[in-house]
Design a protein around this ligand. Sequence first.
Ligand SMILES: NC(=O)C1=CN([C@@H]2O[C@H](COP(=O)(O)OP(=O)(O)OC[C@H]3O[C@@H](n4cnc5c(N)ncnc54)[C@H](O)[C@@H]3O)[C@@H](O)[C@H]2O)C=CC1
Ligand SMILES: O=C(CO)COP(=O)(O)O
Length: 328
Amino acid sequence: MAQAVGEPRLPCYSPKKAFRLLLWAYGASFAEKLQRERENTVYLKGIPFPENIQITNSEALAAESADMLVVATPAQAVRETLHRIHQTALSGKTLVNLSKGIEVKTGLRISQVIRQVHPEVQDEQIAILYGPSHAEEVCTEHPTTVVAASTCLETAKLVQDTFITPMFRVYVNDDVIGVEIGGSVKNIMAIAAGISDGLGFGDNAKAAIITRGIAEISRLGARLGANPLTFAGLAGIGDLVVTCSSRHSRNRYVGEMIGKGKSLDEIIQSMEMIAEGVETTRAVAALSKELNVDMPITQSVYEMLFEGKPVKQAVYELMTRDPKFELS
Ligand SMILES: NC(=O)C1=CN([C@@H]2O[C@H](COP(=O)(O)OP(=O)(O)OC[C@H]3O[C@@H](n4cnc5c(N)ncnc54)[C@H](O)[C@@H]3O)[C@@H](O)[C@H]2O)C=CC1
Ligand SMILES: O=C(CO)COP(=O)(O)O
């Protein structure tokens, strides 16, 4: 974009931080490819790695040499990945989770999975970094805001300090439950929003999904002990808006293809990347039943994805439920 004469120049490019980064990649051949090409041509083509990133396929090396570990595998793979790390490697270290989802086989949030696999890790060592942050925009330094949550504010602030740049603004929160529920359950709403797009519905329908979606997310969060205000924040409405409206969203894409009549299997086969909302729909549909929390959009997405309910029938059923009081 042309810059107007006299307009102050934005300090667009963040000063590089002096951290040494070791990226653990899944699969030896993928790790070698990344190290050789110095670029992730599969996921972020055209973005060269900064010089301070090295790649490894050794989880032992990655964990032992780090002061801070960042977990960013697909949610359902966090458990098996952490199992490969020896407990002594985590002593006194901060673990930052980016992975968004609820584990299907246990119904646990990712911080709970971390604690279950590594009981020696204390809650105070764990932080969650969530928010509206598509990698495609972060890596081109478009302004992005996220939230670092930990039960220990010092840990949240350490993560804030570590990740913040002029184009990547990090807030802190102590509501781990709210941040994890907001950032994970929004993926189900993104599938619903995509289905709406695939059916050719418009802005009214999208706004309805976002608004009734956050109501549903808040109900589940409140039942689990979250602070309701967190859902007005970056891992609540922020994450929800971006995922329901972005062209980068994989979950919205899955929904759009479902809305256009494709089967879930063929959509997933055709994708290189993970759409967390699919498995999280399974987990949250079960959790909402177990906890007796009314989550009609989640239930409907579950029926469309896994029980073959026709999309138009699902929309009709959602729209003709008993009339309700808005704030219930
Ligand atoms: N891409 C994005 O913009 C954002 C992603 N996230 C979250 O980060 C997590 C990862 O997302 P992406 O990097 O986008 O996914 P992706 O699908 O692009 O990459 C996932 C990575 O996990 C690896 N992987 C696959 N199976 C694995 C296994 N069994 N064990 C360990 N690693 C395995 C793959 O090799 C790949 O490098 C997800 O939970 C996502 O919701 C959060 C914020 C933004
Ligand atoms: O959580 C995300 C952005 O903040 C990624 O969402 P999608 O997986 O839907 O692309």
